[in-house]
Design a binder for this molecule. Sequence first.
Ligand code: N01
Length: 566
Amino acid sequence: MVDINAGDGPENVDVLVIGAGLSGLYILYCLRQRGLSARAFEAASGVGGTWYWNRYPGARVDVESVQYAYHFSDELLAEWTWSERFATQPELLRYVDYVADRFELRRDVTFDTRVVSAHFDDDANQWTLKTDRGHVATARYCIMATGSLSTPYRPPFPGLEDFEGEWYHTAMWPHDAVDFTGKRVGIVGTGSTGIQAIPVVAEQARHLTVFQRTPNYTSPARNRPLEAGEQAAFLARHEEWRADVRNTFAAMTGFPLPTKFADEDTAEQRRAWLEQRWEEGGMPHSLLTAYKGVPVDEGANRVVADFVRDKIHEIVADPEVAERLCPPVDLPIGAKRPPIDTDYYATFNRDNVRLVDVKAAPIQRMTSTGLQTADAHYELDAIIFATGFDAMTGTLLNIDIRGPGGCALAEAWADGPATYLGLMVAGLANLFMINGPGSPSVKANMIVALEQHTDWIMGLLDHMNADGLDRVEAKGDAQAEWVEHAREVAEATLMPRADSWYVGANIPGKKRVYMPYYGGFDRYSDLCEAIAADGYRGFTLSRHGDGAPRDAASREAPGAEATGRN
Ligand code: N01
């Protein structure tokens, strides 16, 4: 580990980076390419972010591996070979480790260190970061590469301290193998994480009890080993893919876009077409794009949702269990993040698996021997909390961030997160965020999205450097317009209707705001480019101390009309 305070006073660099996950590493790479000095702080002992922490059984990516990879280096693309259609967490972590070594990025990272505050000194025009280990570092710019799902959430069930068995949160999984052989295991949560873990834990445990509050729609991943030549074929047309992916809603290719509305097909045709999508499996968008209007139109959505409900009844032998697994009809498919799975519904046919509805009878407390709901006690040797994250804002708000004049992020976001393009917050000069609230991020292939964000920020830094500028700030009116545009786009769809982490509903007291930008990666990228071409419209660029901001004349609304496409 580098001791950055070994010399005299705080370390000063050009850019401070918080986080050494996939975003942080790419930022470090880009900064070094430009000859800019950087220091990253990372709470973990290694690189990888999400793939460092989420080591739970069954963890794997659900964007095809060849697409869920860095695309900035042809050499890197050629050197790495993926083994499966959807890579496992260990393979992904090996990949991130390889990238960090390949580009010698670790030397700019201070590990095992959490940033506790980031304050901007107006006179010095620089950020000062302090860490939980006493480091102090300063820089002109600060980039929050803190991840969208990096603050785990565990409901504060009383009595956990009395539980005599083992308990785990999926996002803080031990590094040593956990063996559930012969044990009675309980798992709380049936989001994307629970749905991946449940079939794997069920195979090992003596008995598994699944505590489900809201049933989820899921469809088969159809994971498989990559065939010889498959990755080579992808790489052979990589340039073309890059152009294609730039024009997709979710920053990924590989599923046909809808050509018709569901009511243009007969019932038999609909069934056959949805069966085909189900059999092909793969990325979550596959079912959501089976017909036009699924994300926006109740009727179209119901067609696909009913198909999944039928599938559940077809797969699950006990009709009562099947019914309990069926999401309620007022929950649109896609409004909670759609997972993909391997044998999830079929797992409930196993003799050693029991499904408990904790909406009907909520969890009350943990006891010394298990878990108590409103109507029963369950004896358990181990409990797994797959209860998610304080998403998108949690990690940022855990840091005391204060911009020029003491503007605190916590106050600026008291009514929910507000950003300009998900990249900057008005009042916080020279501070960027990657995949922040208001960006497509979590509705897209995260790596393609983070490369787009980082490239855009680097373009801005280049531009400022060339013009002798050293201060950038989002304008309040541009931010307000972006927030309103993002709200309109989301409200035009069914997506905000679910009580999901997208709207902060999983965290008690969190303001209900649909946090991702649901206008599409393609439209978002076009807007970012247009804004840059227009002299960084909506941002104030200036040279510190000369009092002459240089910003674009135009103050047009940044967005196009909402359509809620998918
Ligand atoms: O978290 P979640 P997650 N009593 O918030 C339940 C990404 N990801 O870790 O739905 C009982 O989705 C809660 O119930 P309910 C992906 O973006 C990606 O699963 O609120 N239950 C829900 O079932 C994903 O969306 C990948 O009623 C309680 C669950 O806990 C995001 O991470 C894989 C409860 C939480 O689900 C988060 O997924 C995994 C309580 N008091 C994750 N409190 C891939 O790329 C909460 N729950 C493959």
